[in-house]
Write a protein that binds this ligand. Sequence first.
Ligand code: AMP
Length: 291
Amino acid sequence: MQTVTALEAMRAHARAARERGMRTALVPTMGALHAGHLSLVAAARGRAGPVTLSVFVNPLQFGPGEDFARYPRDLDGDARLAAGAGVDVLWAPATEEMYPAAPAVTVAPGPMGDVLEGAVRPGHFGGVLTVVLKLFSVAQPDVAVFGRKDFQQAALVRRMVADFDLPVEIVVAPTVRERDGLALSSRNRYLDAAARPEAATLARALARGVELFRRGERDGAAIAAAARGVLEAAPALAVDYAACVDPDDLAPREVARPDSVLAVAARLGGTRLIDNVPLGAGLEGDVRVAG
Ligand code: AMP
């Protein structure tokens, strides 16, 4: 595995791969890698030749008062995990090179960026799409792999790719979960021993919604309300939202369908947790690892 920082070095890798006629993949991350990120690498390796994994904690997508300064950073640990997973190029650009000055031109996500996470984190998806467009522009991947864990992000990236005619195939991989259902996240490192068991409540809320759907409930609001009820029964959690939405445009689904996504977000102490599940696939459609 080669580690590169400079944008020009990344461009050179992309050029060399193209000249050799190879199909390349990019897995964008903010580092503090876990088995969820590595599952995206595995999905990328199945679809392309050289796989680049980027590690960049993007200041543009953090709001004031969010955890940008304390976000976990561990490039040495990331390099070991990435090499073990078969990453070819680890790309860790410097903030000053990505943003020599605050960008004047940024991507506007439109209404899909204003709901769910966007309603709680104004400006977040503008920051996400701007950095993803820059990463695509430098690394020039044929395929880019994202996690369903952040399904709103994946839906917005897909939409940006369609609206801008970007020549990249977007692949969305299932969520990797611990045994009790907690979706792996770099932010789980913030959870202390007392909070950790509570965090699995989000997965239990999703399971409740799936159970109702399987029993024949088709009222999206009722399914979301049932999930919210599970979250609200946990005193340590402060609920941000529980919603049943369309997977493509993120609009609320009055009539739930198998591809409808049940999405939840809650705060546990100082940690924000998000999770979601397609109602038809249920949590069985995801991957479990030993925590
Ligand atoms: P992050 O480093 O948190 O920005 O995430 C980088 C990529 O990894 C995004 O596409 C996420 O959706 C994906 N990801 C994060 N957590 C998981 C997980 N538990 N399972 C699968 N993919 C994940």
